[in-house]
Write a protein that binds this ligand. Sequence first.
Ligand SMILES: [Zn+2]
Length: 217
Amino acid sequence: MAKLYFRYGAMNSGKSTALLQAAYNYEERGQHVVLAKPAIDTKEADHISSRLGVTRPVDFLIAPGENMRAVFAEHRARVIRRGAEALVPEADPSHVDVACLMIDEAQFLTPEQVDDLLRIVVLDGVPVLAYGIRTDFRTEAFPGSRRLLELAHSLEELKTICRCGRKAIFNARLVGGRFVFDGDQVAIDELSTDRVTYESMCAECYLRESGGRIDGR
Ligand SMILES: [Zn+2]
């Protein structure tokens, strides 16, 4: 039975690397995967890039408000059609299908699009692996991540280390090298005069830097 998997972590926990490795594992067995990501992520636009240097294009970008299930169905049909064309006539084309739909930056999906992921899994029978960041720099869940935490059959935490050596669970934002604890959930680099960066942190280090403030309070 197909399942909806959510693999989440702080920033720099190797989510894109894990996704590309999982895609490779499928393809090594001769299976087909479809890769997608929300269009809101302007960095590297239509590619998935790991910090280890591996990069590959996505099959499609997901615009806000777009019907996730309908768009995926088009790409699934394309995979099946291409598979049928590539096979010798006497072979059975019915076994060529999408083995897995993989989503990078899944925190930027809308809750409705995550609902569609569950429909793709349960009603269309295709497993979905979604990778994303659990919370924003104010420690609030991203809308897509919150819905994935509610709906996923399987949750897996990808771990990364804080500067102190503990497990990092938060993402502190720095603007021009200084920590900030207020602002928009998504900071688009191009629109900001100061460069926005993030540091993955444990709760202890986060609260030390914020002076005890959580989510602006
Ligand atoms: Zn720490």
